[in-house]
Design a protein around this ligand. Structure first.
Ligand SMILES: O=C(O)c1ccccc1N[C@@H]1O[C@H](COP(=O)(O)O)[C@@H](O)[C@H]1O
Length: 188
């Protein structure tokens, strides 16, 4: 499970307490969850060394991504193009069909909407039936307490969510986080 769009230490600590596996930080300046590399570095140095931290990169090139990851101490880069970077989560934006060929490692499927990411919009999950890479795919886009059972049926590697956990963009609601985790655990 991945909780993304972290902007503060309190939300990160609580996510880890709840047992969230991947913690995401958005470096896209147009996002309301944008966080500066310096703040991410400061947060990460206060976390256990094995925390699976993820930087979300939209506009940066390979060298810029590697430089920010090294500076912050990030473990994974979530990227939206084929890039030659180790430890990526390759994100694909889905309208109504899945890509014919997908990257070898972890992948992420989010809905294609006017804004990139954090849209709270789901794609048609019925297309996941028989998807050959479901066991290494995070499903994102509008995942919430109300639809976790529908997505769990497809047995993805994980789910990734932002909007449904927030009290406002950039700030997580602890009650929503806890309720989601409780529902997810009772669904498995
Ligand atoms: O969260 C953002 O603002 C964001 C901005 C740019 C790229 C990705 C972003 N987050 C990703 O959005 C989806 C989930 O969004 P939601 O649950 O539908 O709100 C997930 O992949 C995040 O990593």
């Amino acid at each position: 499970m991945k909780f993304c769009g972290m902007t503060n230490l309190e939300d990160v600590f609580y996510s880890l307490d709840l047992g969230v596996d991947f913690i995401g930080f958005v470096f896209y300046k147009k996002s309301p969850r944008f966080i500066k590399p310096q703040e991410v570095k400061n947060i990460l140095k206060q976390l256990p060394k094995d925390t699976k931290s993820v930087g979300v990169f939209i506009e940066e090139n390979e060298n810029e991504i590697i430089s920010i990851m090294d500076y912050c101490g990030l473990k994974y880069a979530q990227v939206y193009n084929d890039l030659n970077i180790q430890s990526t989560i390759r994100a694909y934006r889905i309208k109504d069909t899945l890509p014919d060929k997908v990257y070898d490692g972890l992948i992420l499927l989010d809905s294609l909407t006017a804004q990139v990411g954090g849209s709270a919009q789901k794609f048609d999950w019925s297309i996941l039936e028989d998807f050959c890479a479901i066991d290494r795919a995070f499903i994102a886009g509008g995942v919430s307490l109300d639809n976790i059972e529908a997505i769990a049926k497809h047995k993805p590697y994980g789910v990734d969510l932002v909007s449904s956990l927030e009290s406002f963009p950039g700030k997580k609601d602890p009650v929503k986080m806890k309720n989601f985790i409780d529902k997810l655990r009772s669904t498995k």
